[in-house]
Structure formats: C-alpha cells, structure tokens
Design a protein around this ligand. Structure first.
Ligand SMILES: Nc1ncnc2c1ncn2[C@@H]1O[C@H](COP(=O)(O)OP(=O)(O)OP(=O)(O)O)[C@@H](O)[C@H]1O
Ligand SMILES: [Mg+2]
Length: 337
C-alpha cells in the first residue's frame, strides 16, 4: 500500500535523475523510509542503480558500515555473498569480477583497522561502479542523524568524499529535526546547500480520501472525521486503512488502534516526564492553550523546554510561537486528562 506523496515522489524521481541531491526530514513514522523505498524501486525499474543504506544498525561502527556499503554496492554487479566472508568471497570471486569490470577496490583496507580509509573507500565504490558502467546511481542514507550523534567526524568525511561524485546522487533522511537542520540547513552545517530539503507532513487529505473511496467501502464522512482526528498521520492512517480493509467499521478500527498504541503513548509520556516542565507544557498545548499565558513558569524556561520538545520529536515548530504535536494520539490523550 502506498498512498499519496505524489508531489514528493515526482520531485525526487525527476531530481535524482538530474543528479540533484535530497534531504528528507520528518518525525518518526511519517513515511520517510516508505517514500525512499518507493522512489528507489521506481528508479531501479528505469535502469538506475539504486542503493538503500539504513545507517541505524551501523552508526557506532564505521568499519561495519563500510563493509555493509561495499556489500550492497557489489550486489549491483551481481556479486553475491557478504563481506563477512571477506577473505574467502572477495578474494576469489569478488576480486575477479571487479577486475574484469575494471572497477577498483582496495580489499586490503577492509582487513585493516583504519576506519576512515575504509569508509572513504566504501563511499567511493558506488560512484566507481556507476562511472564504469555509465549508469546513474542513487544512494539513499536513511537515519542519517544517527551518524551525526555518534560520530560527527564521519559526517565530514561523507561530505568530502561524495561532493566530487558525478554519476551518483544522494538522499539523506532523518527524523531528528534539529540535527538534520543543523547539518543540512545551517550555513555552518557540513552539508549546507548540498541538496533540496523535503519536509514530510501528514498525508494529503484529498489523495488519501481518493485512495479510500477507490479501495474500500466505508462511508466517506466517517473516514473524513477520522482523518482529521488523526491529522493525516501516515502510520496511524495506514493502520486504520488496514483495519478497514479487513472489514472493520470506522469506530472499531479507531478503538483498536488507540488500544494497540496505548503502550507507545504512555512510553512517550514516561519519557517526557524526565524533561522538567515538559508534561505541563504539552498538556497546555493539547488543550489548545498558550503555555506562556496558561502556566506559571518563566517565559525563558518555557521557550527552552519547547525547544527540547522539538529536539525530542514531540513537537514540530510551525512558525514563531506555533507548535504542533507530531503524534495525534499523544495530543488526544493529554487533552483528555
Ligand atoms: N505513503 C504511505 N502510504 C502508505 N502507508 C504509509 C505511507 N507512509 C507511511 N506509511 C505507513 O507508516 C509506517 C511508518 O512509515 P515509515 O517506516 O516509512 O516511517 P519513517 O518516517 O521511516 O519512520 P521512522 O523514523 O520510525 O523510521 C509504514 O510502515 C507504513 O505502514
Ligand atoms: Mg524509517
């Protein structure tokens, strides 16, 4: 199931083919990964070499990350087997194929301990493959914020390597809005002006409704109400649609969803408890109040806490002084009690 994101999909596909780079920023569960995978899948059908690299599991080990990138890149050439079996596989078949293809790769590096050189070599490989095969290459790095958190120096290395690339375009996605903006939008950021920033919002109302009307037989008005209640939250809407597809009615779908997500919402609340004043501020917002007026807390502290809540992904800053919950179920929960 893939709903909406029509505009983003076109923009990404067309741009990537023209060798533009993109940065996708959105809170958790807003559909970054889903969108990236869809774009890559479609580009692949058009003959582009597409690589999807999830950085999350590798954020604290540059050597593991490097080997993983090499693995994925070698897959493009149909070289199977994983670099874990480095000495065995790559020395025999990998080396032979690469040699035949005329693509350079310093295998010895991956047996050594110089993690920076390893990462450099790994990041060069997709470009070398594209250049040799005269193919356009797209590499998407998902969860890029993770690298910045654990190894900011690696971020610089990424930039210094890939900025010279001519066949490869890049997508960077991340959910830590503050980190992503610092890296990609701040004029002192390592990747300032590196690419077009796409901030994913909730699903588009019209496109989602159209999908529902075409695929399900539920009363439109009821679905509209539900969509508004969940503010188009991609994950929740997708879950609801799944339930509707299995024959449930709108009310029981919503009820089931809230029950199933209750533990998650409580976890969010538990985490917020560790930030001083956060819950009071979130509650005020959930009840449509202005925390600066409604609470007896110094303005400066409110402002600082709001920033922290944006950093933690609870809120999204819409404009000066205007904040929105990223999770509609949390907002409903806090608004009620
Ligand atoms: N465009 C879409 N069409 C249909 N379902 C979607 C769409 N976007 C998101 N979803 C649903 O929401 C879920 C979460 O989306 P996804 O994993 O892509 O979000 P994410 O932004 O990558 O989240 P995270 O930051 O947690 O990795 C998906 O498993 C899918 O069910
Ligand atoms: Mg994701």
């Amino acid at each position: 199931m893939f709903i909406d994101r029509v505009e983003e999909l076109t923009k990404l596909k067309e741009g990537l083919k023209r060798r533009e780079n993109f940065i996708i920023i959105a809170p958790r569960r807003y559909g970054k990964t889903t969108l990236i995978r869809k774009v890559l899948e479609e580009l692949q059908k058009e003959g582009v070499y597409a690589l999807y690299i999830d950085l999350m599991p590798y954020a604290d080990s540059m050597s593991a990350l490097s080997k993983y990138i090499v693995d994925e890149a070698l897959d493009l050439l149909g070289i199977e087997g994983k670099i874990k079996k480095l000495s065995h596989l790559l020395q025999i078949r990998g080396k032979a194929v690469l040699k035949e293809e005329g693509i350079e790769l310093n295998f010895e590096l991956f047996k050594g301990t110089d993690e920076r050189e390893m990462l450099r070599e790994a990041l060069e490989l997709p470009e070398r493959i594209g250049s040799r095969k005269r193919k356009r290459v797209v590499v998407a790095f998902d969860e890029f914020g993770e690298i910045y958190k654990t190894n900011p120096k690696a971020v610089k290395l990424f930039r210094s390597v890939i900025q010279h690339h001519e066949c490869t375009s890049y997508v960077f996605a991340g959910s830590q809005e503050t980190i992503m903006k610092k890296v990609f939008m701040d004029k002192d950021g390592v990747f300032f002006r590196f690419g077009t920033v796409i901030e994913l919002k909730g699903l588009d109302f019209k496109d989602t409704l159209e999908y529902v009307l075409n695929n399900l037989s539920v009363p439109a008005e009821e679905f509209v109400e539900l969509f508004n209640l969940l503010k188009g939250h991609p994950y929740y809407i997708a879950r609801i649609i799944d339930k509707l597809k299995s024959g449930k009615d709108v009310m029981s779908a919503l009820q089931e969803l809230t029950e199933e997500e209750n533990a998650y919402v409580e976890l969010l609340i538990e985490r917020a408890r560790s930030i001083k004043h956060a819950l009071e501020i979130l509650r005020a917002l959930a009840r449509g109040k202005n925390p600066y007026e409604a609470l007896d807390i110094k303005d400066q502290i409110i402002s600082r806490t709001l920033n922290t809540l944006v950093n933690y992904g609870y809120l999204r800053k819409i404009s000066r002084g205007v904040y929105e919950f990223t999770d509609p179920l949390l907002e409903i929960y806090l608004g009620e009690r």
